[in-house]
Design a protein around this ligand. Structure first.
Ligand SMILES: NC(=O)c1ccc[n+]([C@@H]2O[C@H](COP(=O)([O-])OP(=O)(O)OC[C@H]3O[C@@H](n4cnc5c(N)ncnc54)[C@H](O)[C@@H]3O)[C@@H](O)[C@H]2O)c1
Length: 289
């Protein structure tokens, strides 16, 4: 299946960058959110990322400044911000990136089922919810598939292609092909809490979160230790801030519920979330942003 037009629903931490990734592969994409303010934030993020990527090509003399400026505008012109489902009638591949709650996912998948043509693949960027359960909200569970990007979506190459109970082989193949068309590396995985990457990543982060909760050690010091001693580009507290503490706490709870005590729900992070501090997206988390 060729994807002539895509759509991203949810223009938050992930959605703006996902739309940018699609547009950077020369594919037109709608970017929908519930409010114009959120759509605009997603479009701003797409512009920042595009300018940064093209700026690198200009600084390496691969493009002139004029060619770079043209390329930025050409890419961004492929993204259409919207607050409605008008325009979804000829979408071939939709990616949902709304908050990690089954009720919200169901609402969006029922809407997508009604708004898109019957052949369209409906993909979810869920970090760990059941693809099969999400698919229950549609009349095409065979075309519902996990399509899990990693933060920051513009830079991270991996996409987990997650198979629900009813996902067809044709849909899995279409999702893998589309991942490659947008210059990502697809990895197929089964439906289980955390899939592959979050199961590994959250297990490692759990040990550091637990240590911080038990000792009250400074998140900055622990992040510095991890970046300096383990050679990671960012420590777990900064990554959590950038990803959104509400999302990280939700994933931690889901992992704990599924696998028990070897995962840890970070208490300090839960406190920050209950105070409304969600990390970079609200300006404060473990760090000020
Ligand atoms: N943040 C991460 O690091 C990360 C990484 C991989 C996957 N994910 C997953 O991606 C999904 C989105 O996460 P996020 O961090 O971008 O969340 P976010 O809270 O930053 O953004 C979600 C956006 O969805 C919008 N929204 C809510 N209901 C909507 C609706 N009915 N229609 C359109 N838009 C709607 C919200 O207004 C918000 O702008 C979640 O399932 C999350 O688990 C997140």
């Amino acid at each position: 299946m060729f994807v002539f037009k895509a759509a991203v629903v949810g223009a938050g931490v992930m959605g703006g960058e996902i739309a940018q990734v699609v547009a950077a592969a020369d594919i037109p994409v709608l970017l929908k959110d519930v409010d114009q303010e959120y759509v605009d934030a997603g479009l701003r993020r797409a512009r920042e990322v595009t300018e940064k990527q093209v700026g690198k090509l200009v600084s390496k003399d691969k493009l002139t400044a004029e060619q770079g400026a043209e390329q930025v505008e050409r890419t961004l012109a492929l993204i259409t911000g919207t607050t409605s489902y008008d325009g979804f009638g000829d979408v071939d591949f939709a990616i949902e990136a709304v908050p990690e709650r089954m009720g919200v996912k169901h609402e969006v998948f029922a809407d997508l089922d009604a708004a898109t043509p019957g052949h369209a693949v409906l993909a979810t960027n869920t970090s760990g919810l059941s693809i099969s359960e999400i698919g229950d909200a549609t009349n095409r569970p065979d075309k519902v598939v996990g399509f899990h990007f990693f933060w920051p979506a513009s830079a991270m190459r991996l996409i987990e292609i997650v198979e629900g109970e009813e996902t067809s082989q044709a849909t899995l193949q279409a999702a893998s092909n589309f991942a490659q068309a947008i210059r990502k590396t697809p990895v197929r995985c089964a439906e289980c809490p955390g899939f592959v990457v979050n199961r590994i990543l959250t297990a490692a982060a759990s040990e550091i979160w637990r240590h911080q909760d038990e000792t009250g050690a400074s998140p900055e010091a622990l992040d510095a230790f991890v970046t300096e001693q383990a050679g990671m580009p960012m420590g777990p507290f900064r990554v959590a801030d950038m990803s959104g503490l509400d999302t990280v706490v939700k994933v931690a709870h889901d992992m704990y519920d599924a696998y028990g005590d070897r995962f840890h729900v970070p208490k300090r992070m839960e406190e920050l979330v209950s105070e409304g501090h969600l990390g970079a997206k609200t300006g404060k988390g473990f760090y000020e942003h």
